[in-house]
Design a protein around this ligand. Structure first.
Ligand SMILES: Nc1ncnc2c1ncn2[C@@H]1O[C@H](COP(=O)(O)OP(=O)(O)OP(=O)(O)O)[C@@H](O)[C@H]1O
Ligand SMILES: [Mg+2]
Length: 310
């Protein structure tokens, strides 16, 4: 940590917004604790704020100069808390209101990716209660069924036989009124880390489960991470380009993580973009950063810096 790094935020009080009410609350608390510990190591004045219905009063009372948003999922990652911080004139980390809202909604973000000619898996939008038999006219199995606005693979299923479809749709519809049904892409799963205006690199994940589900994401030993992702030079470069293009297409700032599947021909398909990727010490973005020489504390610092540069 250089003296200039410390000087920029000297005397500033950073609030770490964490917890919240989404299905990803537990993960957010872990992200928040890791960020808090890092800020303390860097000798910043900090306060952890568990976001609840009284958050506006808490933010006023705590008199923070800057908010580090360590939330995941609806109300934290979707522009809601960002809107409140805008009103309160508190600078915050990550993307603004619109980019956050677009990133959280897989249907909205896909429409924008398509406009920018970025490849996404073929998909269909299904409303709650709609007849799902038309899926069989457009897709061969397996298909992936997912809610439009969740994370951590909550509500995501891979359907390999007709009998499993109804339960998968029922599950996804529990979370959102509109869901996505999409082509299953067989290949390598990679995650591209973006910090500032740069794609840092792509890490490959190999889950021990059928796909990168909640268990594979958060149980130690349930997935292997390989850096750099084992792709041809060309596929790797294109994946990084698509990742950065996706970040720009949604108008993101600060940082993000773009989830991609590269098919057996080496063609990348964007699954989604996360505007507030996990920041626990074992999460993928910090791991990518570490691999390219950016330690956790420097990553946290860079994210803070982008908050005041936005
Ligand atoms: N079209 C697809 N083809 C193959 N696998 C897929 C596809 N869509 C999703 N998956 C698998 O499901 C996982 C979760 O999907 P996705 O990233 O869309 O959901 P998420 O819940 O938003 O995840 P995150 O935790 O990154 O926010 C992916 O990491 C991948 O393993
Ligand atoms: Mg994902």
């Amino acid at each position: 940590m250089s003296d200039t790094q410390i000087a920029v935020f000297k005397g500033k009080r950073v609030g770490v917004l964490m917890g919240g009410s989404s299905t990803e609350r537990e993960i957010s608390l872990k992200t928040g604790e890791a960020v808090l510990a890092s800020l303390k190591r860097q000798e910043y004045a900090t306060v952890g704020i568990d976001v609840d219905e009284r958050v506006a009063e808490t933010l006023r009372k705590e008199r923070i100069d800057l908010a580090f948003i360590a939330l995941h999922g609806p109300k934290g990652e979707d522009g809601a808390i960002q809107g409140l911080l805008e009103i309160l004139n508190i600078p915050y980390t990550g993307s603004g209101v619109l980019a956050s809202a677009l990133g959280m909604n897989k249907i909205a973000s896909r429409k924008i990716f398509l406009f920018h000619k970025l490849p996404v898996p073929e998909f269909m939008i299904l409303g709650r209660g709609e007849d799902f038999n038309r899926i069989f006219e457009e897709f061969e199995l397996p298909v992936v069924v997912k809610p439009s606005c969740q994370g951590s693979s909550v509500g995501v299923s891979i359907v390999r036989d007709k009998a499993g479809l109804s339960a998968a749709i029922h599950l996804a519809c529990k979370y959102d009124p509109e869901i996505l049904v999409e082509k299953y892409i067989a290949g390598k799963e990679i995650h591209v880390g973006i910090v500032g205006n740069q794609a840092l690199g792509a890490i490959e994940v190999v889950p021990k489960t059928a796909f990168y589900d909640y268990k594979a994401k958060y149980t130690p030993g349930m997935s292997t991470h390989i850096f750099p992702a084992r792709l041809s030079k060309e596929s790797y470069r294109i994946s990084l380009d698509y990742g950065l293009a996706a970040h720009r297409a949604l108008g993101c700032s600060g940082y993000s993580r773009v989830d991609i599947i590269v098919d057996e021909q080496g063609l990348p398909y964007i699954l989604e973009l996360n505007t507030l990727p996990g920041m626990t010490r074992t999460s993928l973005l910090p791991e990518i950063a570490r691999e390219v020489g950016i330690d956790f504390d420097t990553l946290v610092y860079k994210i803070l810096l982008w908050a005041i540069q936005r």
